[in-house]
Design a protein around this ligand. Sequence first.
Ligand code: ATP
Length: 345
Amino acid sequence: MEGIAIRLRDLRKSFGETTAVAGVDLEIRDGEFFSMLGPSGSGKTTVLRMIAGFESPTGGTIELAGQDVTGLAPFERDVHTVFQDYALFPHMTVEQNVAYGLKVRKVPKSERLVRARTALAEVRLEGYGTRRPAQLSGGQRQRVALARALVGRPSVLLLDEPLGALDLKLREQMQVELKALQREVGITFVFVTHDQEEALTMSDRIAVFNQGRIEQIGTPAEVYERPATPFVASFVGTSNLLAGESAQRIVGTAGTYSIRPEKIRVLKDSAGTDEPDHESAAGTVAEVVYLGDSTRFLVDLDAGGQLTALQQNLETSAEDVAAYRGSRVLLQWHRRHTVHVPDPR
Ligand code: ATP
C-alpha cells in the first residue's frame, strides 16, 4: 500500500506466562515521526524489536511498505535500529563505525568513505572521523550511532530510547536536532520513549501503550487535549481527574473528566465566582511547589478529590507562594477545558 511504511495487524508476543504485547494494530505513514510512549513494561520495546526482526511474534503480522516481513530475518528488512547504548565498536574510528554497514554490504571503499562523511556531516560531526568512540562525549557518540543508521538510507529508523543516557540539557538539544534531522532526510522514524514530554515535543503522532495494548493513537495535541482513556489522561501530562461524587458536584454530571493544570486559575477567595461559562471549585491548598517560572498548587476540593493548578509566576515570588499553603482558594477554568474521558471498554 502506498504511503504506509509499517502496518501491524493484531501483533502479539508472549514470553512464557508473560504477555508482553496483547494485540497491537497500527499504521505508520511514510516519513512520519512516530512515537511509542508508555510506562516501563508496557510492551513498546518488544513491538520495536518485532518490527526490526529481533523477536518473532506469537501472533499477527508485520508489513513494511506493503510487504509481509513477519517471517524475514533482520537483515532482510529495510530498517535500522539505534539502541540506547549506541553499540559502537570501540576499536574502530568514527568513520569506520559509520561505514561498517556499507562494508558488510560490499559497497566499494571510495564510495563508503564519501557516504560516511556525508552522514557525519548530517549529524554535524565533520572532522571527527578519525577519533575513536572513547574520545567523544555522550552526545557525540549518540550522533555517531545516528550517522551509522543514516548511512545505509533505510526506509525506516527504529530508535529505542536513544536519548535515555544523556543529561537533561543535552537531551533537550538532541530532541530538537533529531526532529530537524528527520525532517531533512525524510526517513520514517519510530521512536520508543517513556518520557511524555519527549514524545509531545518531537512526534507527528504518538501511540500510548499500557499493558501490551495501545490505548490511544493521535497527534500530540489530540493525545494531550483529548485523552481517550483515564490512563492516557494521567500518563500524558499531570493527572488531573474529577470522578464520582466530586465530578457530579462540580461538573454537574457523573463521569470522569480531565482538566489540564495550566487551564486552572487559582483565586485567593470567592471573588469572581460568577464568570460566565466557567466552572469553579472551592478548596484548601494542600501543597505549593515553586518551580521558578511557575508554581504548582495541589488543592483538596470541598467536593472531594484533588486538583493540580499550574500558574505562571508573572509577579509572584517564592515567598508569596509559600504563604498559600493551607489557605482557602477558588479554582476556576473555562468549561471547554473540562474534557470528558471515556471509561475503558
Ligand atoms: P521499558 O521501557 O522498561 O523497556 P517496555 O514498555 O519497552 O519497557 P518491554 O521491554 O516491551 O516493555 O517489556 C514488556 C514485558 O515483556 C515486560 O513485562 C517484560 O518483563 C517482558 N519481557 C520483555 N522481553 C522479555 C524476554 N526476553 N523474556 C521474558 N520477558 C520479557
